[in-house]
Design a protein. Structure first.
Length: 281
């Protein structure tokens, strides 16, 4: 090949090599730019997510039993005692009476009221010899299903004092079956020991009605001087199951039984008497 032709060929080869080198450089630059762009985009997405979620766990919506349920917190504590169940919506029968029932019980018999509640069963052994008028009234009301679906609206436990009170259809410690009667005056030195069944009154047994209380702990404060007992005793709890039930009820929490008064609490959720049935022994 002539010298001039050889030089031209070498020049063309050099130009071609330079062109290919420039092309490779452009592709490498484009690849680097694309890679950097992807990395930057990933960082931006990550920063956005962190800023949006604040690094916290994803919120979970709480289920609601009703789409219109209020989100306002309950103003009173809600404490379902272990061993108790939520009360049904069943209502008391609404019966009221204009006068006390006539005497129908046999004073020589033993009357037993089995009271099923949302916290267990209580068995009441009534003393017809000790308190015939009171036992007669309580047996009458139980047979009339007056206590069914009523609540135990007062639970109070303090030093030297512990009771569970019920006997109204109002859901409070006010009211009664509509009548009062002259209940039995207890012996002055009566002791209100754990498991005692007694009648609530307005200061004297002559105002007995349907309201009763169950003594949950030995309660000398119900007769503080030991000689002025004022609450008719008409029986006692019977069987260990009964005491387990009142011990559960005594754990109740809730708002005051009566606003502004030191009368214990009204359980929330309500503790209900499901049924009260009478048997005779």
């Amino acid at each position: 090949m002539a010298k001039g032709g050889y030089q031209r060929q070498r020049l063309q080869q050099k130009k071609e090599a330079e062109r290919k080198a420039r092309k490779r450089a452009r592709r490498q630059k484009q690849f680097i730019q694309w890679t950097v762009g992807v990395v930057v985009l990933g960082l931006l997405v990550g920063i956005t997510l962190v800023a949006t979620l604040g690094g916290k766990k994803k919120p979970v919506a709480n289920p609601s039993t009703s789409p219109s349920a209020s989100t306002t917190p309950s103003p009173t504590p809600y404490y379902l005692i272990r061993g108790c169940t939520k009360p049904s919506s069943a209502k008391p029968n609404g019966k009221h009476y204009s006068k006390a029932p006539p005497m129908t019980i046999d004073k020589t018999k033993t009357y037993v009221i089995t009271m099923k509640t949302t916290c267990g069963t209580m068995v009441w052994k009534l003393d017809a010899k000790l308190a015939p008028a009171t036992v007669n009234s309580m047996v009458f009301l139980a047979k009339q299903h007056y206590f069914d679906n009523t609540t135990l609206p007062r639970v109070q436990v303090a030093t030297g004092f512990g009771i569970i009170q019920g006997g109204t259809q109002s859901g409070t410690i006010s009211g009664g079956a509509g009548y009062s009667y002259a209940g039995e005056k207890p012996a002055p030195a009566t002791k209100y020991t754990r498991g005692t069944l007694a009648m609530a009154n307005s200061g004297d047994p002559s105002s007995n009605g349907s309201q009763f209380f169950i003594v949950t702990v030995d309660s000398p404060n119900l007769n503080p001087d030991g000689k002025s007992a004022n609450y008719t005793v008409f029986g006692h709890l019977f069987a260990s199951e009964s005491f387990a039930t009142i011990d559960r009820i005594a754990k109740a929490q809730g708002p005051p039984a009566e606003a502004g008064q030191d009368l214990g609490i009204s359980p929330n959720p309500a503790i209900k008497i499901i049924s009260a049935t009478v048997t005779v022994q």
